[in-house]
Design a protein around this ligand. Structure first.
Ligand SMILES: NC(=O)c1ccc[n+]([C@@H]2O[C@H](COP(=O)([O-])OP(=O)(O)OC[C@H]3O[C@@H](n4cnc5c(N)ncnc54)[C@H](OP(=O)(O)O)[C@@H]3O)[C@@H](O)[C@H]2O)c1
Length: 234
């Protein structure tokens, strides 16, 4: 089985790499910044046969095309794509919005996953029970947004709600190719993005998400899951 994970050099992405290797998956672990690949390089030393480290800035067309060229020169199919890379830009309150920050959140979190899927679709079409997972957030649930206790991260939340909408549309578009597309909320996780006070560690989050991913069937396409396996209302 072959998997591609974006933003795989730290946090949840890195933990996906660790746990998929143990499941005997060959992982294309994508990083953006060459100076931050230390943990991936260590893993590669130990699991040489299981990891290919590739450069992919998901907001850069050329990087996308080059990463596709590299992956398709090594394998003729992908079975799993995890659109994990994202940014939050911290709290975003009304009155402090900045165009450049809003654009970059939407570019990385919403637009890039669509283009990554489009770029790698040919390899996924040839996969065995292929799956695409968009890592979303509970904050992307319109249903949950009415909770006044939610953190004030309106642009990040909007970026994930829009990502969820694209999950539904991609699920329709790719159904005829038998590719399942879902959104998954990883929970509130102790990473650079989630901070030290978050509820769970990356091990628990990714373990839960992989249980969901491994049991996904084509008829589950177009759904929004929690890492616990619960369905989340859009
Ligand atoms: N942590 C949480 O509590 C939480 C909750 C809900 C949802 N999520 C979601 O879970 C996913 C992983 O989050 P995390 O907590 O692991 O975040 P993180 O620790 O901040 O890691 C983010 C990853 O995304 C990469 N990235 C950012 N911009 C990129 C770009 N343009 N091209 C390629 N890679 C890029 C980063 O690479 P660099 O190292 O180069 O910056 C890094 O590898 C995200 O989709 C996030 O929205 C997290």
């Amino acid at each position: 089985m072959n998997a591609l994970i974006t933003g795989a050099n730290r946090g949840i992405g890195l933990e996906f790499v660790r746990q998929l290797i143990i499941q005997d998956v060959h992982v294309f672990a994508a990083y953006r910044d060459s100076s931050r690949t230390g943990q991936l390089l260590k893993l590669q030393e130990e699991f040489t046969q299981h990891i290919s480290i590739i450069k992919l800035d998901v907001t850069n067309d050329q990087s996308l095309a080059e990463s596709y060229k590299l992956v398709s020169s090594k394998v003729n199919h992908l079975d799993l794509l995890i659109n994990n890379a994202a940014i939050s830009q911290g709290e975003q309150k009304f009155g402090t919005f900045e165009l450049s920050k809003i654009k970059s959140v939407l570019e990385v979190n919403t637009i890039a996953p669509i283009l990554v899927i489009q770029q790698f679709a040919e390899l996924l079409k040839k996969g065995k029970h292929p799956k695409i997972v968009n890592i979303s957030s509970g904050l992307g649930s319109l249903n949950r947004a009415t909770n006044p206790r939610n953190p004030r991260m309106s642009i990040y939340s909007a970026s994930k709600a829009a990502l969820n909408m694209s999950t539904i549309h991609m699920a329709h578009d790719l159904l005829r190719h038998k590719i399942a597309v879902v959104s998954i909320n990883p929970g509130w996780v102790r990473t650079d993005m989630g901070g030290p006070d978050a509820d769970i560690d990356t091990n628990e989050s990714v373990k839960g998400m992989l249980q969901v991913i491994n049991s996904l069937k084509l008829q589950d396409t177009g759904h929004f899951y929690d890492y616990t396996g619960e369905t989340i209302p859009w």
